[in-house]
Design a protein around this ligand. Structure first.
Ligand code: IFL
Length: 478
């Protein structure tokens, strides 16, 4: 079934050439022509897997152990600390490799981690990014294969990040910590950077029997939640030393996004009923005060946290995740409506612009960061009802990415989405390995190695629950 809320051009595309042969979703009830049911989806999932393996081989050959490959030039770059690469793309890729049954590649990645990954570096790492990408990546790889060394590495790193929490009078982590000395800097922070730890720290606590991690992560979130205004909103920027908000802007978008994901996930993963209550309260107040309609489309621009008046006319692509979160928190209709907003952006501009003028519905920037939030929302909504339209929308996203971002040595960000052909940038962000390729693969039916009923992924796409251990190679069959 195709949602009536989709823009006309997209429906035409779905019914016409762009989706030829994909008359049914991965539930595969109706095949077309002489194909067997679901065969086209298996082909698409196999294509995602083969592209992932191709990109991995290029990374292996040209940027092994580096943080990120630049896939146009074949060069590489550091992400965390200039000159001290931490094999970011390797760690980000691990659980995706496992999911796809790329077992040799998974093992070479694990071997690299065991032989080379050392966090005793005299350099400042961003606490939030280090947690979601590296602590999360090591934990999910550990869950996939059971290797205790991966858990040890995750704990060693989390212990270093804990210094950023311990140095603050309110338990709000500083933005940067020196991995060797524990020195902290940059107290001027935001909700996302103080409140995206409960999933990884909670899991680490479960696996090691140490509650300190989850308690520290939750304490920081509670501090900000206690500052909610009379209309139930938080400002997105906060100071780790004063413990006070430093702006008036409430956001579900940049500066705040994953804070709200982690409220819900703490309930989903650990059954934390208090976090569930806060999550529901936040969603209700955001719907009451931040939801704005322009020409009938739903948007969530920033608003003043005390009055609810819009303070910006923009939305970033990152906010697309919120369509899935609305569905998870019981607001399916609003989640559908918000997804339709981004479907329209995809339809109008082929690639969803990084920053959008919500009244004019036009891009405010030309470059994009090879972003995963649209398929992320498709996955989270699909997990609720397995409706075919989500894989269909993700298929369009995947094909567009392949057409516009495929470069000589992998997939790249774009420098200009307004030109035809679009001008490519030269960088494959670490999250590409952890997020969209995994989401496409799952949506297209590649879920032999996970149980969809219990699957839980982090904000960085790391599988934190739901692995089926002991499933043999060849994960395409459903
Ligand atoms: O690191 C990624 C992650 O999804 C996140 N924020 C932005 C990145 C992807 O756009 O939480």
């Amino acid at each position: 079934m195709i949602s009536a809320d989709l823009p006309r051009r997209t429906i035409l595309k779905i019914l016409g050439g762009a989706f030829a042969g994909l008359a049914s979703g991965p539930s595969g009830a109706i095949g077309t022509g002489s194909s067997r049911p679901g065969e086209e989806w298996r082909t698409l999932a196999a294509d995602v897997r083969s592209e992932f393996r191709w990109a991995w081989r290029n990374y292996r050959e040209r940027a092994w152990g580096k943080d990120e490959i630049n896939p146009v030039s074949g060069s590489s770059r550091s992400f965390f600390i200039e000159g001290h690469d931490l094999g970011l793309s390797c760690v980000e890729a691990l659980d995706t490799l496992w999911l796809m049954g790329l077992d040799e590649e998974f093992q070479e990645g694990v071997d690299w981690v065991k032989a080379h990954l050392d966090f005793d570096i005299d350099g400042d790492a961003q606490v939030f990014e280090t947690n979601i990408r590296l602590v999360g990546g090591l934990l999910s790889a550990h869950l996939a294969c059971g290797d205790p060394m991966l858990l040890e590495r995750a704990q060693d790193l989390a212990n270093r990040l804990m210094k950023a929490f311990e140095a603050s009078p309110h338990g709000l982590p500083y933005r940067y910590v020196n991995l060797k000395t524990g020195a902290v800097r940059d107290p001027d922070t935001n909700l996302a950077e103080i409140g995206t730890y409960t999933s990884e720290f909670g899991l680490l606590g479960r696996l090691t029997g140490d509650d300190r991690y989850y308690s520290a992560a939750k304490r920081a979130m509670k501090h900000a939640l206690d500052l909610r205004s009379p209309i139930g909103l938080m400002a997105a920027n906060i100071h780790a030393e004063t413990g006070r908000f430093t702006s008036r802007n409430a956001s579900i978008d940049i500066y705040a996004d994953s804070f709200y994901e982690y409220l819900w996930d703490a309930w989903d993963l650990f059954g934390d009923i208090e976090m569930k209550g806060w999550s529901e309260e936040c969603s209700a107040q955001q719907l009451a005060h931040q939801a704005k309609r322009y020409d009938g489309r739903l948007w969530f621009p920033m608003v003043d946290f005390e009055s609810g008046e819009a303070t910006s006319g923009t939305q970033s692509e990152l906010a697309a995740y919120y369509a899935g979160l609305l569905g998870q928190t019981g607001h399916r209709a609003e989640g559908e409506a918000y997804l339709a907003t981004f479907v329209e952006m995809q339809s109008n501009f082929d690639v969803i612009p990084e920053i959008i003028d919500v009244r004019q519905r036009r891009p405010l920037t030309r470059g994009t960061g090879l972003r995963p939030e649209f398929p992320d929302a498709c996955l989270n909504l699909w997990l609720l009802d397995r409706n075919d339209r989500y894989p269909m929308l993700a298929a369009e996203h995947y094909r567009t990415m392949k057409r516009t971002s495929r470069a000589a040595y992998g997939y790249t960000s774009l420098a200009d989405i307004t030109t035809r052909p679009m001008k490519q940038g030269d960088n494959c962000p670490g999250y590409w390995w952890a997020e969209q390729m995994k989401y496409y693969y799952l949506l297209f039916g590649g879920h032999m190695r996970v149980d969809l009923d219990t699957l839980a992924v982090s904000t960085e796409g790391k599988i934190l629950r739901g692995f089926r251990r002991g499933v043999a190679k060849g994960s395409l069959r459903r």
